[in-house]
Design a protein around this ligand. Structure first.
Ligand code: ATP
Ligand code: MG
Length: 169
């Protein structure tokens, strides 16, 4: 499943899905690329209560580090954790939040990621994988079973309203 597009709702949709899946006893895990590993988001508090595993691996978005080599290394380390979780066979639903961002900024090669997904699809056909982020590359869209594009009609940010606790983080 791919959640892409410029509108708000890609990550929150994945969180909603995990909430539903956890209610059915599915084992869920979310791995967040790009977000800062030092920050605590609302979803971290709630996930803990629902028994949903969340790993936040990033240094924040690239404009925080301004160090492309560091960004690529962090992306690689985060992807290595994704691969470990997929191969473990321990999960029913895995969410790789902002993996699409990492692909669209060429911090990881799309082909490498798609090869791993193909192998996992053959080995564990029942495993659900969700990836989120703007500007999904065509190859990823082609490989997915479900693609939703969030379209911005209005966003309060344009009216100068900054990110709100509980709504954005
Ligand atoms: P959310 O986490 O709220 O579901 P998202 O995953 O769709 O949003 P991202 O592209 O991950 O959005 O954006 C990161 C941050 O930017 C989030 O805090 C989000 O609320 C905010 N945001 C999303 N869409 C817009 C937009 N169109 N204009 C301004 N800010 C946005
Ligand atoms: Mg998001």
């Amino acid at each position: 499943m791919v959640h892409t597009g410029n509108g708000k709702g890609k990550t929150t949709c994945a969180l909603g899905l995990m909430m539903r899946a956890a209610g059915r006893g599915l084992k869920c895990c979310m791995i967040q690329f790009m977000k800062s590993r030092n920050d605590r988001y609302g979803e971290h508090e709630s996930a803990e209560k629902l028994g949903i595993e969340v790993h936040t691996m990033g240094d924040g978005f690239t404009w925080d580090t301004k160090n492309p080599e560091q960004d690529i290394k962090t992306a690689r380390d985060t992807w290595a954790l994704c691969v470990e979780k997929m191969r473990s066979g321990d999960y029913d639903l895995l969410v790789f939040d902002e993996l699409v961002y990492v692909l669209s900024y060429k911090m990881l090669p799309v082909e490498e990621v798609l090869d791993e997904f193909r192998t996992i699809r053959a080995a564990q056909p029942a495993l659900h994988i969700v990836v989120t982020g703007r500007d999904a590359p065509p190859e990823l869209i082609e490989a997915a079973d479900l693609v939703t594009e969030m379209t911005e009609i209005k966003h309060p940010f344009t009216a100068g309203i900054r990110a709100q606790q509980g709504i954005e983080f």
